[in-house]
Write a protein that binds this ligand. Sequence first.
Ligand SMILES: [Zn+2]
Length: 234
Amino acid sequence: MTSQVERQANLLSDCVKSLRFWKELIDTHLEGEEKTAEMNQLEEIVKDYCVIDFNATRTSEACEEVEDVFNNDSIDDAVDVDELYKEKLAQKESSFDGNYQQHKIWKEVFLGITDHDVEEIEETATQNEEDMEYEEMQDSIFYSNVFTPPVDPISKKIIKEPYKSRTCGHVYEYKFILQYIKSMKNKAKCPYMGCNNRSICVGELMPDSETKNKIAEYLVKNSQSSSGDESDDN
Ligand SMILES: [Zn+2]
């Protein structure tokens, strides 16, 4: 059985996904004043959602705390539930601080960052710490297993000549990002979905030699492991 809280969370998550989709439609199809107007409207709605979520969170937390008190056996029978709830609620921040940009809903709609991504990043970070210990023993063998070569967002192929944006840090295949920037006539935005870099230019690109070396190393190792199959053709 799903609880009220879970149902609320699922509903909210569906709403946020729709808002995120709306934002993508605006980015893809609108320009100029029309885009600004639609984006302003979206921001107002997202702000409302942030406040709703803030209030829903503080009331459900207060409820949980009241529940915890009652689950504790040593509870005095004379406790007034309403009073206790009010007390718990009063201990929480009473109103939203207005810092919408820091709210998870805002981040998800406008930056495409979800709680799930954050968990994944944290997981990867812990994983990397563990890997470091192995690395001391196994050195580069383990390292090559961890590296995944970046895929160019335009060609969808493994990048061979990586260039990096100084603004957002994203990596692209040099010839495709150049073509793309030229074809967009100074209106190019970073082709990574959800990236906030809205005006990417040739001047901000720089060669990413570190990634290039890793890719080269990866490709060499990969071709070695598959070379056995190719020799059968002779
Ligand atoms: Zn970017």
